[in-house]
Design a binder for this molecule. Structure first.
Ligand code: FAD
Ligand code: EGU
Length: 479
């Protein structure tokens, strides 16, 4: 009997897994495909990665910008499983707190939590390079760049690729893992299936990235912070880079972007909303860089199921693009790989059982983080200025301090734990109820108490403050 398990194991090792998506895009860089290549290679599969772009490690200059993102617990746990956590963390910059910039230039730090609770600013390009190189250390992994997926057959599983030389190539695999981003070509075949759910929503905001250079060879602002300028409809965020620059991301409705068309208007706009950043970015650089690229759109995509028979599975943005207002898109995509890996262990790599189980387990969680990110977007743009942001985080953290086990702030569950996203949402609703009921009780006793005091004034003996004080002291004294 033992032989059969051994047999099935050894045959599974000859199976080919095709990971579609793995290299770089300008706006985003595929991280999830590169990580997945590591996971499947580690399990002993023959891994073929197909990426429509050229090899990022050989590309001369990455057109566009060096962008960074926030890596937190879920992403780190997923990296750890393939032995990549330390490599990535060593090149990340810890951010222990947010730094809230008020309109008048005041800066207020708000810690993320206790000492060990910080997030990391990591370079997208470096993360991608490291993961691809790690995947390549397995002799069973082959990276195919300049291979653009055109179509695939749900009947046979055969994929058609367009190569750089214009030729088409047909490739067969035992499992197709779609990690080809928010506009996934793999997902197109899912759309033709009955009972496949799909929705996509563009938000009215766009984003634009600006670089804040070092001053005298040093960071222009405190480095170990996630800098935030909350201005209701406008918001800017800045994350530090290893080269001592900051990448600032400006979020603003497309309508407003259209209103700013000249360099002078840019300065005028920044003077009004982000005056403290003008000398740091530099007025001339600001006028120039603002128009370097048009504002980029942000989309939220939800779908289900994530698998098609035992042939194909979606992960990362291909399965769930989320708006960036929780800093979780890539972290969630990495956790997809980790969850899939756990299910592969549980169900002995039997794709016909693993794929439906992955859908069953993962859809509720990915939908929950998509909803949370959208909720936070709506909240931030509707009434979040710096005072409100400071107040809310203060209330959250204080309640957590008073009742550390009962009240855990939502961002803490999302950012620093692996509590399933949908469980975090449930707990959050429950906490809200408890807090509201607590407040209601306090309010009721204050109102009721005052009423009773007015209605039935107590017959207080006429004693002086001094006497009251001695009595109070007497109460405290054990004798
Ligand atoms: P992608 O990065 O989109 O990669 C898809 C890959 O597939 C690309 O390399 C592409 O070239 C390739 N591809 C596409 N079509 C084909 C085809 N037909 N054939 C072959 N290959 C193909 N997440 C965080 O966790 N923290 C953050 O702080 C954060 N900040 C963000 C800020 C902004 C402004 C934005 C927009 C997003 C942010 N995210 C963040 C989200 C994060 O960028 C994405 O979730 C993550 O990059 C998704 O990775 P992916 O590999 O699934 O998809
Ligand atoms: C947006 C763009 C602060 C990188 C959400 C916090 C983000 C990031 C927050 C981007 C915010 C917003 C959280 C983290 C993180 C906060 C978080 C957002 C990284 C609720 C590169 N968000 N982001 N929440 O709490 O949990 O600090 O582009 F402004 S990291 Cl919108 Cl923790």
């Amino acid at each position: 009997m033992d032989y059969s398990t051994n047999d099935s194991k050894s045959t599974s090792k000859n199976k080919v897994v095709a990971v579609v998506g793995g290299g770089l895009t300008q706006s985003t860089l595929s991280q999830v495909g590169a990580l997945n290549a590591c996971y499947f290679a580690k399990r002993g599969f023959q891994v073929e990665v197909f990426e429509s772009r050229e090899d990022i490690r050989e590309a001369k200059i990455v057109k566009g910008r060096s962008i960074n993102l926030a890596l937190s617990h879920r992403g780190r746990q997923a990296l750890k499983q393939v032995g990549m956590e330390d490599t990535i963390v060593s090149k990340g910059i810890p951010m222990h707190s947010r730094m809230i910039h008020s309109l008048n230039g005041t800066q207020s730090p708000i810690p993320y939590g206790k000492k060990g609770q910080y997030i990391l600013s990591v370079d997208r390009a470096n993360l991608n390079k490291e993961l691809l190189s790690a995947a390549e250390t397995y002799s069973t992994t082959k990276l195919n760049f300049a291979h653009k997926l055109l179509n695939w057959s749900t009947e046979t599983g055969a994929m058609t690729f367009l190569r750089a030389d214009g030729a088409k190539e047909e490739i067969q695999a035992d499992l197709i893992v779609g990690c080809d981003g928010a506009f996934s070509a793999i997902r197109k075949q899912f759309l033709r299936q009955s009972r496949f759910n799909f929705s996509q929503t563009y938000i009215p905001h766009g984003y634009l990235e600006l670089t804040m250079p070092p001053i005298n060879g040093e960071f222009a602002m405190k480095p170990n912070y996630l800098h935030i300028w909350p201005r209701n409809t406008f918001m800017m965020i800045a994350l530090p880079n290893l080269d001592k620059t900051f990448t600032c991301t400006l979020f603003m409705p497309f309508d407003e972007f259209e209103n700013v068309t000249t360099g002078d208007q840019v300065i005028e706009f920044f003077q009004k909303y982000f005056p403290d950043t003008i000398p740091l970015i530099g007025a001339d650089a600001l006028k120039r860089d603002y128009f370097r690229l048009p504002a980029q759109a942000m989309v939220s995509v939800k779908c289900s199921p994530y698998h098609l028979s035992d042939k194909c599975v979606l992960m990362g943005d291909a399965a769930h693009a989320v708006v960036p207002f929780y800093g979780q898109g890539m972290n969630a995509g990495f956790e997809d790989c980790l969850v899939f890996n756990e299910i592969m262990d549980q169900l002995n790599e039997d794709f016909s059982a693993v794929l439906p189980e992955y859908t069953r387990v993962r859809v509720p969680d990915d939908h929950a983080i998509a909803d949370l990110a959208m909720y936070n977007y709506v909240e931030m743009r509707s009434h979040v200025n710096s005072k409100w942001f400071l107040f809310r985080k203060y209330v959250d953290n204080t309640l957590h301090m008073i009742m550390p086990r009962t009240v855990i702030p939502l961002y803490t569950m999302v950012t620093f734990t692996r509590i399933r996203y949908h469980e975090a949402v449930k707990r959050w609703h429950w906490q809200d109820k408890v807090i509201n009921q607590g407040l209601l009780c306090v309010a009721a006793s204050v109102v009721g108490g005052s009423y009773l005091l007015v209605r039935y004034p107590p017959n207080m003996p006429n004693i002086s403050i001094e006497q009251l004080w001695t009595r109070l002291q007497a109460l405290k004294s054990p004798f």
